[in-house]
Design a protein. Structure first.
Length: 261
């Protein structure tokens, strides 16, 4: 006489697979297909075959698992350039989608349970009171209103509008972004250096006074780039002294010759 075994009831094959994954504490993105297939087939073999519609769903999933298992056991072709798709990918996608809907159903069930504890009181206000509207006597309401009071109310409203204005930020103008390109600035510095030969960095900046910090920074970077190529030499005797810049015509000619080659 066999020992009767009571199996857990699952809503479908995906529910059973999700249970086996959680039971074995494995990563759903890296399912050990051999282990899960064996446990799945063991469960299916013990199922009651009376409900053929439900049984057929579990058998279709069993065939899918066996097919995936056989694909993973076959040797991979090393000649293929493209990376081979994981045979489990489609199954993992279906499991994740099922898990999302399953947990959403739990949330809806909890909300339904909580909603069952809420009671509403039917309205019991008599129709006479519900439809009552108090009549307003405008003559009595405006009896003590004078022009001086209206002027006072108007002044207070206007003062509130003035108080809303920030006395500092309201005087700010529009901030415009300075568009300056380092390549264009290098061309300008080169033309200025060819024209003046030796000059002070401060003198060059004074030609574009009021351009802002970004212009100063880009100009300085342009001079550093041209100094790296030897086109310019820089001398500063002491800290914070004027920067003396000298244009090296010979080095410029050598650079042009090398670029033509």
């Amino acid at each position: 006489m066999g020992i009767p075994v009571k199996l857990e009831v699952f809503e479908g094959p995906l529910d059973l697979l999700l249970h086996l994954i959680e039971k074995n504490k494995v990563d759903i993105y890296d399912i050990p297909i051999v282990l899960i297939t064996e446990q799945y087939l063991d469960y299916v073999s013990q199922m009651d075959a009376k409900d053929m519609d439900l049984m057929s769903e579990f058998l279709v999933m069993a065939a899918t698992l066996v097919r995936i298992k056989s694909k993973m056991l076959l040797p991979k072709e090393e000649t293929e350039e493209e990376e081979e798709e994981d045979p489990r990918a489609e199954l993992v996608e279906r499991l994740l989608e099922y898990k999302m809907y399953k947990y959403a159903s739990f949330e809806l069930k909890d909300r339904q349970f909580d909603a069952g504890k809420i009671f509403f009181k039917e309205p019991s206000v008599p129709e006479e009171i519900k439809n009552y509207k108090e009549e307003v006597d405008f003559d009595e309401l405006l009896s003590d209103v004078t022009l001086s009071k209206l002027q006072s109310i108007f002044d207070s409203v206007m003062q509130k509008q003035v108080d809303k204005i920030d006395p500092i930020r309201s005087k700010f103008g529009e901030i415009e972004k300075e568009e300056i390109n380092i390549e264009d600035q290098m061309l300008y510095v080169e033309e200025y250096a060819m024209l003046h030969g030796t000059f002070r960095f401060r003198e060059m900046l004074e030609h574009h006074a009021g351009k802002g910090k970004s212009y100063l920074i880009v100009s300085f970077l342009s001079i550093l780039e041209m100094m790296k190529t030897g086109m310019l030499t820089i001398v500063q005797d002491k800290l914070f002294d004027d920067i003396i810049i000298t244009y090296q015509k010979e080095q410029k000619e050598e650079i042009d010759v090398s670029e033509r080659r």
